[in-house]
Design a protein around this ligand. Structure first.
Ligand SMILES: [Zn+2]
Ligand SMILES: [Zn+2]
Ligand SMILES: [Zn+2]
Ligand SMILES: [Zn+2]
Ligand SMILES: [Zn+2]
Ligand SMILES: [Zn+2]
Ligand SMILES: [Zn+2]
Ligand SMILES: [Zn+2]
Length: 422
């Protein structure tokens, strides 16, 4: 009974970002309009993250929901009014007085997110260790990067069945189990600390007979790269370079406090992007972003971008598809059993292809059917027929013959070429 209710409540967030202009397509997109079931704009076919969506609470609610029922509930707050968990993002505002002649003005820099640590100097230093274009300073390229990565790395439809399209009660159940499992076993948030402070970290209790703190941190094995360079004995788990004395490192509780990362090395194993807000998924010795962790566990539909929890799905063109989502990228007609053409990795029905993408024959000036043989040469195309692939001068058929191309024309001989081009 409970499931029934859940299914009825399913809605898609059609309203978010509505009308926002597209960064990529500029004037060509009339404004964001969410496709009925794909997670893209109906007008320009780009994702929401490519559109200039004014900041909203959506992102904080999404991350809030991700941390709900996890050990990271300290990072979220529940509104009394609606009980929806919201991410308590650590916004860091740095002010520095600028002395002008008489009065003092204040320069402010707002970081839309900063590591949730008490020590602000540490958070500041963490930021400095990131590339400039990745620092989420409000209004900067870095803030836009963060927003885009939130959309890419943590799709709402990877954690919330209500953001998915037409799931069956059984699919909802499976998804809930899947989400519960990764929340309990895989999901984590990075921890920024000075390596020398980590000795007493939880989970790293010293062996009773040890007493030597230096054994608690990872030191590269001696035969790996020779002697330990001077300065620091702490190594980044990713790049294997040592940590600079006094610089903060990122730790991942799921990985154990014997591993640490340079702030800029705390990236997803698959996409290599900085893990947004240090939110990671730890699996078999590797850090992943949410999307790529889920991809390593479940097939993802290349049509709607949702994970597939149904046993019935199809594989085509090296990708997975819900049966009902193997559709023409242009007109959404179902392609199962139909002839289709791949255009930029997207399937397209034959009529749409012929209408929008088919190449034109230089001989008869008609579109070339994708199923029909053609001759292509330096960006020009011909029907491979004796009526079309012919000498532009004497009309001799050139199939299987030597020919001389000139700007979309072809000739059988120097003589014919001379006659037409001189
Ligand atoms: Zn676009
Ligand atoms: Zn658009
Ligand atoms: Zn590193
Ligand atoms: Zn990734
Ligand atoms: Zn799908
Ligand atoms: Zn179509
Ligand atoms: Zn032709
Ligand atoms: Zn000729």
């Amino acid at each position: 009974m409970e499931l029934e209710n859940k299914v009825k409540k399913l809605t898609l967030g059609h309203e978010e970002g509505s009308g926002a202009p597209c960064f990529k397509c500029k004037d060509k997109c009339e404004g964001f309009e969410l496709h009925f079931w794909r997670k893209i704009c109906r007008n320009c076919k780009c994702g929401l993250e490519e559109h200039d969506v004014p900041s909203s609470n959506e992102d904080d609610r999404k991350v809030g929901k991700l941390f709900e029922d996890t050990k990271y509930t300290a990072l979220i707050a529940k509104l009394k009014t609606d009980g929806i968990p919201t991410y308590k993002r650590n916004v860091m505002i740095l002010t520095s007085p600028v002395a002008a002649k008489k009065d003092v003005s204040i320069n402010t820099v707002t970081y839309e997110w900063a590591p949730p640590v008490q020590n602000q100097t540490l958070a500041r230093r963490y930021m400095e260790l990131l590339p400039k274009e990745r620092q989420p300073v409000a209004g900067s390229e870095g803030a836009q990067y963060r927003k885009k990565q939130l959309a890419k790395q943590l799709p709402a439809h990877d954690q919330d069945p209500s953001k998915c399209h037409e799931l069956s009660p059984n699919e909802v159940k499976q998804m809930e189990q899947f989400v519960k499992k990764y929340k309990n076993e895989v999901l984590g948030v990075g921890d920024v600390k000075l390596p020398k402070e980590v000795g007493a970290a939880p989970g790293e209790a010293a062996k009773p007979d040890s007493g030597n703190r230096s054994t608690l941190t990872t030191v590269k094995s001696a035969d790996d790269k020779g002697a330990v360079p001077s300065g620091s004995a702490y190594y980044c788990f990713r790049c294997k370079e040592n940590m600079k004395e006094g610089d903060p490192a990122v730790y991942a509780e799921r990985a154990g406090y014997d591993k640490l990362w340079h702030p800029s090395c705390f990236v997803c194993f698959t996409c290599n992007e900085l893990l947004v807000d240090m939110i990671y998924f730890w699996k078999k010795g590797k850090l992943y972003c949410g999307r790529h962790y889920c991809d390593s566990e479940k097939p993802r539909c290349a049509g709607c971008d949702e994970l597939i929890f149904s046993n019935e799905y199809t594989q085509a063109e090296g990708q997975n598809w819900h049966l009902k989502h193997f559709c023409c990228f242009d007109c959404d007609c179902v392609l199962a059993g139909e002839i289709y053409v791949m255009v930029n990795d997207k399937p397209m029905c034959k009529p749409c292809y012929v209408k929008n993408h088919a190449v034109i024959c230089q001989g008869c000036h008609n579109a070339i059917d994708p199923e029909v043989q053609r001759v292509s040469y330096t960006g020009f195309h011909w029907h491979a027929s004796p009526d079309c692939f012919i000498c532009s001068c004497c009309s001799k058929c050139l199939i299987g013959q030597k020919f001389m191309p000139v700007e979309g024309m072809v000739f059988c001989s120097v003589e014919c070429k001379k006659k037409m081009t001189s």
